[in-house]
Design a protein around this ligand. Structure first.
Ligand SMILES: C[S@@+](CC[C@H](N)C(=O)[O-])C[C@H]1O[C@@H](n2cnc3c(N)ncnc32)[C@H](O)[C@@H]1O
Length: 269
C-alpha cells in the first residue's frame, strides 16, 4: 500500500481548509492525523500527492468530496451517558421542577453519531411520561448523522446505558444486525437530526430550554468559540441552560451566561 508524506505547505492548505469550513483549529502538529485520515482519499482517487487532492477538494464541482474531507477531519468520539454529572443534574435538579406546560426542547448541538441525543431522550421519556418533549441532534459531519438517524450501535459501545433503559428502549439485533443494538422506533421518532455547522448562521431551529455543547469547543480558537456561544445563547430561552464538556470552560467568553456548577451555565433572564 502506498504511503504518503505531507509537505508543510500542503499541511497548511488543509489546516486553512478545515478552519474555513468548520472553524476547527488544527494547530501546527497534526500532520500525522491529516496524513492518515486523508491518505485513503488519495489512494481512492489515485492521486500521487496531497497538493493534487487539495486542488480537487477545493474545486466547487467536487462538493461531495469536500464533505468527505470534512467528515474525515472531524473527531467524532462519543458514547452513551458520557459525563454523567449532566444527566444527574437533569434528573435531580431540572426535570423535577419542569412544569410541563410547553414542549421541552433540548438540543445536542454537536451530536456526533447520536449517543448523546438518545441518552437525553431515554431520560426524558422515563421522567416526563406523557408530557411533551423533543430532542434535536445536529452535527457538521453527514457521515455521523446518517449513523445517528439509524440508531444502530455496536453492542461493545453501550456500556453507559442503565440496565432498565436497555430493556425499555433498546432492541438486540438479530440476523444481519447481530452484534448491534437498535434504539426503539418510538424513541427514535422523538429525536430529529439535521446538519448544522455551528460557525455559520444557525437558521430557524427554534428555541431550547437546554443546549448540550459538549466536547467540541476544544477544537476552536477563542474567536470562533465566542461567535458560536453568542449564536447559541440566542437560541436559549431566558433561564435556559448550556452544558459544555467538563474539560471546557466559558471563562471570559460570554457575559449573558452565569455559571451554575462546573460545565453548566444558565442564560441570565
Ligand atoms: C468529540 S465529538 C462530541 C460528541 C458529543 N457532544 C459528546 O460529548 O460525546 C465532536 C463533534 O463536533 C462536531 N463538529 C466539529 N466542528 C463542528 C462545527 N463547526 N459545527 C458542528 N459540529 C461540529 C464533529 O463532527 C464531532 O462529531
Amino acid at each position: 500500500m502506498q504511503e504518503y508524506k505531507i509537505t508543510k505547505s500542503e499541511y497548511n492548505s488543509f489546516k486553512e481548509f478545515i478552519y474555513g469550513h468548520a472553524g476547527i483549529n488544527l494547530g501546527d502538529a497534526k500532520q500525522s492525523l491529516v496524513t492518515s485520515r486523508l491518505g485513503k482519499r488519495l489512494r481512492h482517487h489515485s492521486f500521487t500527492n496531497f497538493e493534487e487532492y487539495f486542488n480537487f477538494v477545493e474545486s466547487p464541482v467536487n462538493s461531495d468530496e469536500q464533505q468527505i474531507a470534512i467528515d474525515l477531519l472531524t473527531t467524532n468520539e462519543t458514547y452513551f451517558f458520557r459525563e454523567p454529572k449532566h444527566f444527574v443534574f437533569l434528573e435531580k435538579e431540572f426535570l423535577p421542577k419542569w412544569n410541563g406546560k410547553k414542549c421541552l426542547r433540548i438540543w445536542s448541538a454537536a451530536s456526533s453519531s447520536g449517543e448523546e441525543a438518545y441518552s437525553i431522550a431515554m431520560l426524558l421519556d422515563d421522567m416526563l411520561g406523557d408530557r411533551s418533549w423533543e430532542v434535536f441532534g445536529s452535527d457538521i459531519s453527514s457521515r455521523v448523522l446518517k449513523k445517528a438517524q439509524q440508531g444502530l450501535y455496536l453492542l461493545q459501545r453501550i456500556d453507559g446505558i442503565p440496565k432498565e433503559y436497555l430493556r425499555e428502549y433498546c432492541l438486540k439485533g438479530t440476523g444481519q444486525h447481530e452484534g448491534y443494538l437498535l434504539v426503539d422506533r418510538e424513541l427514535r421518532s422523538k429525536v430529529g437530526f439535521s446538519q448544522v455547522n455551528l460557525t455559520t448562521p444557525l437558521g430557524n431551529v427554534g428555541e431550547f430550554e437546554i443546549i448540550f455543547l459538549r466536547n467540541v469547543l476544544i477544537y476552536f480558537d477563542m474567536r470562533t468559540k465566542k461567535h458560536i456561544i453568542k449564536q447559541l445563547v440566542e437560541k436559549l430561552r431566558p433561564g435556559g441552560y448550556l452544558f459544555v464538556g467538563h474539560s471546557e470552560s466559558l471563562k471570559g467568553i460570554h457575559d449573558g451566561l452565569e455559571s451554575v456548577v462546573p460545565a453548566i451555565y444558565r442564560k441570565v433572564s
